[in-house]
Design a protein around this ligand. Structure first.
Ligand SMILES: Nc1ncnc2c1ncn2[C@@H]1O[C@H](COP(=O)(O)OP(=O)(O)OP(=O)(O)O)[C@@H](O)[C@H]1O
Length: 244
């Protein structure tokens, strides 16, 4: 799978973004609140709010996604591309047992899939298939969301601050689950404002500021020798600076 984003523009909020993500690559998208990270991810997924539209080009293995029909986009979502957002409750149906929710991607995409118990055990949640989301903790709910996202073994996983709402220990568990459970050939676009998370999760980093990418490079390059003044400030303000 190759994701190619070219000159992506969303009003004046995302401005001329271009990047490529190859099979098995793990790329971080960092930048402060409001820099356009989420709108970039939502453009790729075809999930921008109605009042906004994207121009430029977003191609998944050569297929243009911008302007693709809702039918085509929903076929791709939950199948070739999957996503995990910050707040698991928004992704889950409060009135459906989690066991049924994790096998939903198979029904939607007309596949015979693995049993719910197996999918949930793979994310460290044995025995919860009959629970409703409100009976689980925030970390457990995010595990359920991850089980749903990974059910069809997506070629591209987009995570938008998936651990920001969780406490530190649970955060670490979710991050290692993503690392362990995502197939080696699947690509990851990981949005965060936390440089320590990027250091753990990503081989490459894109740095956004005011809707544009101002720096990109390997995680090592960007975190040890940032070129742009903004990235330098970001690093100076992070815990990583002290750890170097
Ligand atoms: N529906 C919308 N209509 C108009 N402006 C919007 C809309 N959604 C987001 N914005 C604005 O677009 C800018 C970029 O938002 P975006 O959510 O992509 O930022 P972000 O980098 O993901 O920030 P955060 O880390 O806080 O999620 C912000 O200034 C935001 O206020």
């Amino acid at each position: 799978m190759t994701l190619t984003v070219e000159n992506l523009q969303v009003a004046d909020l995302v401005r001329g973004i271009s990047f490529e993500l190859g099979a098995g690559e793990r790329v971080g998208l960092i930048g402060e609140s409001g820099s356009g990270k989420s709108l970039t991810a939502l453009s790729v997924l075809g999930l921008l709010p109605e009042e906004l539209s994207a121009t430029g080009s977003v191609r998944l293995d050569g297929r243009e996604l911008l302007g693709a029909s809702e039918k085509e986009l929903s076929r791709l979502r939950g199948n070739e591309m999957a996503m995990v957002f910050q707040e698991p409750m928004t992704a889950l149906n409060p009135a459906m047992r989690v066991g049924r929710q994790v096998t939903e991607p198979f029904r939607v995409h007309g596949r015979r899939g693995r049993p719910a118990e197996e999918l949930l055990a793979a994310v460290g949640l044995p025995g919860v298939a009959r629970a409703y989301p409100h009976q689980l903790s925030g970390g457990q709910r995010q595990r359920v969301v991850l089980a749903i996202a990974l059910a069809n073994d997506p070629a591209l996983l987009i995570c938008d601050e998936p651990t920001t709402a969780l406490d530190v220990t649970v955060q670490a568990q979710i991050l290692s689950l993503i690392r362990e459970r995502l197939s080696a050939e699947s690509s990851l676009l990981f949005i965060t404002h936390d440089l320590a998370v990027v250091a753990q999760m990503c081989d490459r980093v894109l740095v956004m500021l005011d809707g544009s990418i101002v720096e990109h490079g390997s995680t090592r390059e960007v975190l040890t020798a940032p070129k742009h003044a903004y990235t330098q400030r970001l690093l100076a303000a992070s815990d990583l600076e002290g750890a170097r």
